[in-house]
Structure formats: C-alpha cells, structure tokens
Design a protein around this ligand. Sequence first.
Ligand SMILES: Cc1ncc(COP(=O)(O)O)c(C=O)c1O
Length: 599
Amino acid sequence: MCASRALPALRATQDRTETAAKLTVASNGDAPVYCYIASSPFKNDYLERVLNARVYEAAVETPLDNAPLLSRRLGRRVLLKREDLQPVFSFKIRGAYNMIALTDMSQYEGGVVAASAGNHAQGVALSAQLLGLRATIVMPCTTPSIKVNAVHQRGAEAVLHGDTFDDAQAHALALAAERGALFVPPFDHPDIIAGQGTIALEILRKHSGPIEAIFVPVGGGGLIAGIAVVVKRLRPEIRIIGVEPFDADAMYQSLQASQRVRLAQVGVFADGVAVKEVGTETFRLCRDLVDEVIRVENDEICAAIKDMFEDTRSILEPAGALAIAGLKRYAQRNMDTSTSSSNSNSNSSSSSSSSSSSSSSSSSSSSSSSSSSSSSSSSSSSSGTLIAIASGANTNFDRLRHVSERAEIGEHREAVLAVRIPERPGAFRAMMNALGPGANITEFNYRYASPEVAHVFVGLSVSDRRGAAAAISKLAAQGFVATDLTDNEMAKLHLRHCVGGMGGPHFAPAHEIVYRFEFPERPGALARFLNGLRGWNITLFHYRNHGSDVGRVLVGLQVPPLERSTFLEFVERLGYPYVDETQNIAYRMFLCPLPKNES
Ligand SMILES: Cc1ncc(COP(=O)(O)O)c(C=O)c1O
C-alpha cells in the first residue's frame, strides 16, 4: 500500500480555495459524501494544506512524552503524543477549528452545525465560541446529560434528535440547509484532515531521530489520513499503522476489500472510533499511505489505559488508548518474530529503523490474523522508536470500573479457569499445591453442587498469554480437570458474579434456556422486555452496569420446547442484540446441574 511511487494525493499543488470550490456534498442516503466534481482533475497538495492550517488559535502544541515503564517492558523506546492535553481533551479541535477558520463564514448566517455526541461536538463548539459564531450540535436522544451539558458550557445549542447517530446526522444536514449554516463533518473533509495533520508536523519537529512507526487510532480515518499525508511526504520510511478495535474495524475491512465496507454493527466500548463506514477521502488517502491496520481486543484497550496511567498518571478514554494497545501488539508480535527467527537464523535481525521503505512490496499479512498489512514483514525484527497518539481523555468516570476490572486480562496477566475438584475438605489446598508455590489466586467462587464434585471459578495471576495453558497442565498432572475461560465473555461479565446464586442437587428448573442480551441503557428498555414475556418464568437475571452504553444482562427462562419458536420471534422483535448461551460450557458447569452420570 505504501508505495515508493509518486503518491497521487501528493502529486501536484493547487490553490486551496480553488480546490475547495470543487468540493461538493452528495448523500448516500444517510451520510454525507464529500467528493470532487468529476470534471476537475484531482490535484491538491495536502502538505501545503497542513502547513497553512489554522489550529493554534484554538489548539496547543502538545508534548511528545517518554513512556519509561512501557519502554522498559517492550524493550524499545516508546513516545506518547499527548493529545489528551488539548483544551477539549482530544485532538478533534484541530480539524474542526481549521475548517471553520478557513471558511468564509459571511456566507453562512446560521453559523455552524455538526452531529456528534463526542469529541467532535466539543471541538466544533469551542471553535465556534472562539470565532464568535452560532453553533448547533445535533445529538441522539440517548446522549447522556453530561455530554449535552458539556456542549452547553461551550455556548452551543444542543438539539436532541433520533435514536441513533445516523438519525442525528441526517437531521443535522437538514438543519444546516434550512438555517444556511456550515455543516462541519467529523472526518471526511480536506480541511479536517489537514488540521489533524498538524500533529505529524509537531512529532517530526520534536523527534528528528529515527522513528520506526507511528500508531494512530482510526474511526472515520481523518486523524490517520492527516498524519500519513505529512509523514509519507517528509519521512516516508516511517511506518504509519492504524489501530482499530476488532468490533469496530471499518478501515481494516475496507483496506482488505479495496473498497469502503459498511459495517452492520459496531462495538461502542471505544465510542470515539465507533464508526460504521470510513470516509471516501480518508479511505482514498489511507489506501495509498497507510502501511498496516492492527486490530485489538477491548480488554487490551483497558490494559493500555492502565499503561498510560502507570507512566503518566493520566487517564485516557478507550479510543484515546487504542493506539497504545496497537503499539503493544506490534512490539509483542515483532518480539515473537525476532525470537523465532533468531532461533532459526541467528543473522537475520535488521537495523533499528528501516532507513528506506521497501513498502512497494505487497507481502501478505498471513503472519498475523489481526492485521491488514501491505508490508508487515519488512521490519519485523527491528527495535526502533515507536510513537502512539494518545488521542483523547473524555471518559465517564463510571467506565473506569470496567477498565480496571479488565485491564489485567487484557494484559494477559490474569487467567480465568473453571476447575473441577472433589467435594471434600482439603481439596482446595490440594488444588493450590498443584498450581505450585508461586500461584497467585485473584478470584475464587464455587457452589456446592453434589456430594462428589464442585466446580470452582478461579482467577489466577499469570505472566503472559501462555500462563493459562501452563496452569491447566499443572492441574492436570495432579488429576484436576480445568477449563480455560479467559476468553469466555459470558464467564467474565456475568458468571463470576453468579456462581453460588443457583444450583445444587435439588434445583433443576425444567426447560431452562439462558440468553445474554445487550439492553439499550434507556428508561423503558427493561419494561419492554418484561412486558413481552407471555408468562415465561424467569429463573435467572443478572445485570451489571459497566458504565458502557449498553446494559449487559444474562437471563434464564423456562420456555417449553413447543414455545421456543414463539420465544425467538419475541427476541427478534425486541431488537436487542442477543446470544443464546444455553449450551455455553460455563453455564452448564455453574448454573445448570449436570445429570448425575456427567458430574
Ligand atoms: C479520542 C479519539 N480518538 C480517535 C478518533 C478517530 O479519529 P478519526 O475519526 O479521524 O479516525 C476519534 C474521533 O472522534 C476520537 O474522538
């Protein structure tokens, strides 16, 4: 992807006002699409746009900080670009201010309009306030009041409309047309991209030494496109690596397919990057300029928030820590690759930073299931400086409960196991002995289930991913059967809190089924569920508020086999995302007594 040939986006220069005049807004039904009028040959120089960007009337030049603890752990220098220190606690002020400041606002008597419930809203509101303009921010009705108030505090009007972001965006476009206001998109516009690109200029000025790679969180792609257009022009040997959550990987999917892919669903844990479809212009630039996209688990994001805290005593929002999680995955992958290649070929290590890009190669990314890469193997055993963009810090305090609970698992420092032990005094001690003297138990839950055996839910400190397997073999050597539940979402979210709540030899609800739901966090969601139940008896109900945008609920119900299809029709109509967990091994072990011959 990142070729040494002339890059189309960087080819020629042209007066920016002329180029801007050739921009038009079309619509694909629910999202604005910025495109260049077909008759105009595509010419513009993004570097020039970035150099001419107006950001410092609103944004500050943020530090490029050392991360000494993370550097030591990864065995290479790690630097963090501290965009969490911007006045609105994220980089989004750069693009928003640049676009508004460069527009002749005398043509827009209605001021500016944007659709956002997040960092873009803050960026647009502050920009308008500084420029003395009217600002209207459209947000979905479900937006928490804390975010609505934050917009009010910047002097903007908040309009609540619709249930989803797409509804809010459609309304914002209509409002902008009706009021004669400038619609400020979150990422897909050259001035937004150029504003974000100023981050790259600051990095290159502050760190003139070798840099192996810059890691950038990706939502719609404005931030990474802006950084890539600068870096690939001035220092093309530096790898530009995008990072996305597995459950919001629109750029990864699009690069794989060589065309924009619209996701049916996106995970909202890292809400700043929860984007169903990347931009047309951002995709065009990323296709040419981005070396690789790495995907990470949400638990790894939690671990990255902890890393940032340990190094700087600052807290990032999930999207803000995404790049650190990707950097860690990359460093770990390359450590593993260089270990295995130095075992097989002791002479194969490369220099600390590739001085010239061999990126015209299009080697596949088959070595890593989590990356979309055009040249991922080119510097696999390098140990150069890595830089991550710490992009934002706007998080709900409540969310930190979930973050701290999951950080150790994301770091692969905690394993969760189900262990079958004999139901007799001394069995727990025997199990501990089997694990060895260094074992550190972090959690332990069990319920008497039969006179013969008990299933124990155990959390265990481990040093890396392989720890769970090592513990299981130690237990097996002493005759204990253990199952690894570390990646079992239902077990981590609910089961640990349910163990002991039900079970026992005499409790066996007939026809029990267990479903896991994501309830929308809004009044009436539970009532809607309960009202539709048609007399099916609830045998289990577990809900835990994780401070996220959805309520995670585990429900057990007695539904006779003949009524199962009616039940399925009900959950489909309900429309809440669900998983049938009735066959989940964790449920079978802890909540549903096994028939005697299986125990
Ligand atoms: C904190 C944070 N990080 C990363 C991003 C992704 O930026 P982009 O949509 O330009 O890819 C956003 C977008 O709003 C964000 O708020």
